[in-house]
Design a protein around this ligand. Structure first.
Ligand SMILES: NC(=O)c1ccc[n+]([C@@H]2O[C@H](COP(=O)([O-])OP(=O)(O)OC[C@H]3O[C@@H](n4cnc5c(N)ncnc54)[C@H](OP(=O)(O)O)[C@@H]3O)[C@@H](O)[C@H]2O)c1
Length: 291
C-alpha cells in the first residue's frame, strides 16, 4: 500500500488533488494532508484523511509531517521570493525520512523559459534532481482562473486591456492540473519524468470572444503598449508591485512563454482539456451577478 502526502492542504490546489485520489480508489487513511495551519483542514480530517502540520519555513515540522510517506506532492508555495529555501526544506526532509518519490508543481519549460516566475521553479527542480529521489516534474501552464476570476471586471468594463500583442496563453483550469497531478501520483513512477502541461492556447482576442459568446455581453480586447498598461493599472489603484508583475507577464505572453501544447495534459486526463468557453461558463455559474 502506498501512502501519499500532499502539501498546501488548506489551499485551492491540494484539496482538488485529494478529491481525485479518493475518487480513483485511494483510501482516505492512505492520504496525508500537510498544512501549516492544520486546524484549517478539519474538513479533510473529518473525511478520514491524516492531517499533519508541515510548514515550509519550519524544518522541525517536516520530518513528522512526512514520516511513513512513500510518494509526496510538493505544491509550490505562494510566497514568491522565499520559495527556494522553503521548498528545499521539504525536499531535504523527504530525503531524510525515506520518501521514495516526489512530484512538484513547476511551470512550463522551467529550465529554459524567461518567464518572470520561473527562476524559483528552476531552482526547486534542480534541488529535487540533486536529491536523488525519483521525481515527476509537473510543469503546469497558466491557470484559466487567472482570467475567469476577473469575469465581473471584464463584463463591467466591456474590455480586456493587455500588452501581450498576439501572444498565446495555453492555460488550463486548476481542476484539470489537479486531476493530472492525481493521475501522475498514481502512476508507477519507477522512472523520473518531466511533464509539460498546458491547455488549448488562446489569445486575449479569443478570451474576449469567449466572454462575449458565453455571457451575451460584448467584451473586446484592447492591445496597448506596456507603458500604457502600466498607466492604466496604476490609475485603477493597483499597487506598483502588482502592476509590474501583470505588465511583465503580458510581455512574457507576447514572447510565447505561456504558450504550449495540450497533448501531455490530455494524455494524463484521458479526455480533452476543459475548453476556455466551458471555463468561462463555469465562472458564470459561480458568479451569475457578474452579467
Ligand atoms: N499555474 C498558475 O497559473 C499558477 C497560479 C498561481 C499559483 N501557482 C502556483 O501553484 C501553486 C498552487 O496554486 P494555487 O493558486 O492553487 O495555490 P494554493 O494551493 O491555493 O496555495 C498554495 C498553498 O501553499 C501553501 N503554503 C504557502 N507557504 C507555505 C509554507 N510556508 N508552509 C506550508 N505551506 C505553505 C499555502 O498554505 P496556506 O493555505 O496556509 O496559505 C497554500 O495552501 C501556487 O502556490 C503557486 O506556486 C500557479
Amino acid at each position: 500500500m502506498t501512502t501519499y502526502a500532499i502539501t498546501g492542504a488548506t489551499g485551492l490546489f491540494a484539496p482538488l488533488v485529494i478529491d481525485q485520489l479518493l475518487e480513483r480508489g485511494v483510501a482516505p487513511g492512505d492520504v496525508v494532508a500537510v498544512a501549516r495551519t492544520p486546524e484549517r483542514a478539519a474538513d479533510l480530517a473529518g473525511r478520514g484523511i491524516q492531517v499533519r502540520e508541515g510548514d515550509y519555513d519550519k524544518p522541525e515540522t517536516l520530518d513528522a509531517a512526512l514520516a511513513g510517506v512513500d510518494t509526496l506532492l510538493l505544491v509550490s508555495g505562494s510566497e514568491v521570493g522565499r520559495r527556494v529555501p522553503q521548498h528545499t526544506n521539504v525536499i531535504e526532509a523527504a530525503k531524510r525520512v525515506g520518501v521514495s518519490r516526489i512530484l512538484y508543481t513547476s511551470v512550463l519549460r522551467a529550465d529554459t523559459t524567461a518567464l518572470v516566475l520561473a527562476p524559483e521553479h528552476k531552482a526547486t527542480e534542480e534541488a529535487i534532481l540533486s536529491s536523488g529521489l525519483t521525481s515527476t516534474l509537473l510543469r503546469n501552464g497558466w491557470y484559466t482562473e487567472n482570467y475567469t476570476d476577473q469575469l465581473a471586471t471584464y463584463l463591467a468594463q466591456g474590455v480586456v486591456v493587455h500588452a501581450a500583442g498576439e501572444g498565446r496563453i495555453a492555460a488550463a483550469t486548476r481542476a484539470d492540473f489537479a486531476e493530472a497531478a492525481a493521475v501522475a501520483l498514481l502512476e508507477d513512477g519507477a522512472e523520473s519524468a518531466v511533464y509539460e502541461l498546458a491547455g488549448p492556447a488562446f489569445t486575449y482576442d479569443d478570451l474576449a470572444s469567449a466572454l462575449t459568446e458565453v455571457t451575451g455581453t460584448s467584451v473586446v480586447a484592447s492591445a496597448v503598449f506596456a507603458t500604457e498598461l502600466t498607466e492604466i493599472l496604476t490609475g485603477a489603484g493597483l499597487d506598483a508591485g502588482l502592476v509590474g508583475f501583470l505588465v511583465t507577464v503580458d510581455g512574457d505572453i507576447a514572447r510565447g512563454d505561456l504558450d504550449g501544447d495540450s497533448a501531455e495534459l490530455e494524455r494524463l486526463l484521458g479526455r480533452p482539456v476543459t475548453s476556455l468557453t466551458d471555463a468561462v461558463r463555469a465562472a458564470l455559474v459561480e458568479a451569475p451577478q457578474a452579467v
